[in-house]
Design a protein around this ligand. Structure first.
Ligand code: GAR
Length: 221
C-alpha cells in the first residue's frame, strides 16, 4: 500500500491459529491494507501463540480463568487493545462469548470467522450438525461481532459441497481452506474502508458476480 497507513489489527485466538496464520501471511503483501500488531489468546497453551512469535508478532495471554466474570475479562482485553493502539479486531477461533460491553466498544471494528453459512448453525459442532441435517452445501462466514452470538451483519461467505462419505473432519478441512481465503479478504475490505457497518447494516462497495451461483451436486445442461 504505497503511502497509505495500514490499519493495525489484533488477532484473538484460543487454539491452533490457522486462520491467524492466513491473516499474517496476507499481511506480508505490501499492498495489504492491514498489519497484525498483536495476537491475544485467552488460553496460555494455544498453539497459535508460538506460530505468532515465530512470525515476529507480539503476543499476549489474558487467561479468562483469572477473572470472576466476562466483563472483568473484557475490560482487560479492551485495555490491551488500546495499549496496542489497534484499529480492528479479528476473532480467529476465539472461543469466548462476548458481552454487549466489548461488542459495543468495538462495534463495526470487530470481525469473527464462523464455520457455517450463517444464520444456519450458530454455536458449536457446526459440521456435525450440517451432516446430520443432510445439507448439500455448507461453508463459512465472516461477520461483524455484535452481542448477538454469531448473529452480526455478514461480510463474506464461502460455500463448499458436502460430499458422499464426508465425516465432520473431512468437511471441516474443506471448509477451513475456504476460511483461510475469505477471512483475509473480509479484513482487507474493512481495513481499506470498502465495507463499513452503518446503523447495524453493511454498506460500501464490493465486486460480486451477479451470475455466480453454486449447486451441489453440479447441474448438467
Ligand atoms: C475455525 O474453523 C473457526 O471458524 C472456528 O474455530 C476454528 C479455529 O481454527 N471458530 C469458531 O467456531 C468460532 N465460533 P484455527 O484456530 O485453526 O483458525
Amino acid at each position: 500500500m504505497s503511502g497509505a497507513v495500514r490499519k493495525k489489527v489484533a488477532v484473538l485466538i484460543s487454539g491452533r491459529g490457522s486462520n491467524m496464520t492466513a491473516l499474517i501471511d496476507a499481511a506480508r503483501d505490501p499492498a495489504c491494507p492491514y498489519e497484525i500488531a498483536v495476537v491475544i489468546s485467552n488460553r496460555p497453551e494455544a498453539a497459535g501463540l508460538q506460530t505468532a512469535r515465530e512470525a515476529g508478532i507480539a503476543t499476549t495471554v489474558i487467561d479468562h480463568r483469572r477473572f470472576d466474570d466476562r466483563q472483568a475479562f473484557e475490560e482487560v482485553l479492551h485495555e490491551t487493545l488500546l495499549m496496542f493502539a489497534v484499529d480492528l479486531v479479528a476473532c480467529a477461533g476465539f472461543m469466548r462469548i462476548m458481552t454487549a460491553y466489548i461488542t459495543g466498544l468495538w462495534e463495526g471494528r470487530m470481525l469473527n470467522i464462523h464455520p457455517s453459512l450463517l444464520p444456519l448453525y450458530r454455536g458449536l459442532h457446526t459440521h456435525e450438525r450440517a451432516l446430520e441435517d443432510g445439507v448439500r452445501i455448507h461453508g463459512c462466514t465472516v461477520h461483524f461481532v455484535t452481542a448477538d452470538l454469531d448473529g452480526g451483519p455478514i461480510i463474506i461467505q464461502g460455500a463448499v459441497p458436502v460430499l458422499h462419505g464426508d465425516t465432520p473432519g473431512s468437511l471441516a478441512a474443506r471448509v477451513l481452506r475456504v476460511e483461510h481465503r475469505i477471512f483475509p479478504r473480509a479484513l482487507s475490505l474493512v481495513a481499506c474502508g470498502a465495507i463499513r457497518l452503518e446503523n447495524g447494516r453493511i454498506t460500501g462497495q464490493w465486486r460480486a458476480d451477479a451470475a455466480a451461483f453454486i449447486t451441489s451436486p453440479e447441474l448438467e445442461d
